[in-house]
Design a protein around this ligand. Structure first.
Ligand code: PMP
Length: 401
């Protein structure tokens, strides 16, 4: 018998499902052989703006800056909050100071949103496939999940309505990754965004608008964010992060929601981590004030366009006969579906031995609806290595037989 079986664990531990995505970081760190890493959704080492960050660190975290190592205000350091509001001016995420609370990454924004809105047994709708950590967060508050299919135009809102009818109750929260979705890469079209907001208003359901990739468009036409379309409707809380637009290790993000919610966010955050890491907030503030974000986004978009094209070319060359894949206009991910079916969980070990890593499709569905799909992150790998990785993946599929 394991020790935990004898301990008086809380019931909620049964709903703590973890994340296959996050666990892949330690799994891959333990490997000694060369692996092309399409697993984690992180920018490449060479895409981290280290020069600008080092320059900013010199003044924000220098020898005379003991103040940068103190506790910060729970709602976020005022310097970062004001720099952020200025940096977002003119974007689809434009906002006001009183709406912004700084979080420890996007994950804490999701946790706070669920803490405020999800009671045990509540129905929460998630996309299918969805970002595992988002559905896991709702589960950690003991939600019941309604999985809603995604197509090339994002979440199928009609299916959300039908799913609620079948369930005989309305979701209290609708969780969506509307732009360059993780994992499918697809984006909610404008009509669907409007329809989603209408449905949420009819139901009085909150929308958790998790959009870390919206600023990483490299093709197609801009679509307004749910935040912009909602125009201050308190039902919509927008979770954002610097992880994909500066660096994930900073662990700095923000939640943009109705000002009436801020005190509750503060109360909840004070019971979690008091404040977001101040040195990291000061780094981000300096990065924004130095005007580096605009420049960095231009470079990131162009690198990701090139990498997505390399991924598509390599998939066409090696998988044209046995798979189809999505065509994202931004973000980091391509979603591949095998036809005829390939068991992508069984494939994982073989692929790892061949020297390539990805995330199996079932990791993105609480009811494991995608056994024959997988997610590839093209953003972390230069084009030539992308070709190598996809060739290794094909060798693994052939070996699996
Ligand atoms: N939401 C989505 C859709 C994501 O893809 C991620 C990161 N993979 C997050 C939230 C979490 O962001 P962070 O790393 O800043 O916690």
């Amino acid at each position: 018998m394991s020790t935990t079986a004898t301990l008086p664990l809380a019931d909620r531990t049964q709903s703590l499902v973890g994340s296959v995505i996050d666990s892949s970081t330690s799994l891959l760190a333990a490997q000694k052989h060369d692996i092309v890493r399409f697993a984690m959704g992180s920018p490449a080492a060479e895409a981290i703006p280290t020069e600008a960050l080092a320059e900013v660190a010199g003044s924000a975290l220098g020898v005379d800056r003991a103040d940068s190592f103190d506790y910060a205000s729970t709602e976020g350091d005022m310097g970062l909050r004001t720099a952020l509001v200025e940096a977002l001016e003119g974007t689809s995420d434009a906002t006001a100071l009183e709406r912004v609370t700084i979080t420890s990454g996007g994950m804490q924004g999701l946790d706070l949103a669920c803490k405020l809105f999800v009671d045990p047994g509540d129905l929460v709708s998630v996309e299918s496939p969805t970002y595992t950590n988002g559905s896991a967060t709702a589960l950690s508050y003991q939600a019941e999940l309604l999985e809603v299919p995604v197509d090339a135009e994002g979440m199928v809102v009609d299916a959300l309505v039908e799913g609620a009818e079948r369930a005989g109750r309305k979701p209290t929260a609708i969780y969506t990754v509307p732009t360059f979705q993780n994992p499918s890469g697809s984006s909610l079209s404008l009509p669907r965004r409007e329809q989603l907001l209408e449905v949420a208003r009819q139901w009085g359901a909150v929308v958790i608008d998790d959009d870390p990739y919206g600023l990483l468009r490299f093709a197609g036409q801009d679509v307004p964010s749910l935040h912009e379309l909602a125009a201050g409707d308190p039902l919509v809380s927008s979770v954002r992060t610097f992880s994909k637009i500066i660096a994930p290790g900073l662990r700095v993000g923000w939640i943009d929601c109705d000002p009436s919610l801020q005190q509750l966010l503060i109360n909840a955050k004070q019971a979690m981590d008091t404040c977001t890491n101040l040195p990291a907030q000061r780094l981000v503030e300096g990065f924004l004030r130095g005007g580096h974000l605009t420049e960095h986004l231009v470079a990131s978009r162009s690198a990701y366009r090139e990498r997505k094209e390399a991924m598509h070319d390599a998939l066409t060359e090696h998988f044209g006969d046995i798979a189809r894949w999505t065509d994202p206009e931004g973000g980091l991910f391509v979603w591949v579906t095998f036809e005829p079916a390939v068991d992508t969980e069984a494939l994982f070990e073989v692929a790892l031995a061949e020297g390539v890593a990805y995330i199996p499709g079932n990791a993105f569905s609480p009811s494991r609806r995608f056994p024959d799909a997988l997610r590839l992150c093209y953003a972390s790998t230069p084009p030539a290595r992308i070709h190598e990785g996809v060739a290794r993946l094909r060798a693994a599929v052939d070996r699996l037989g």
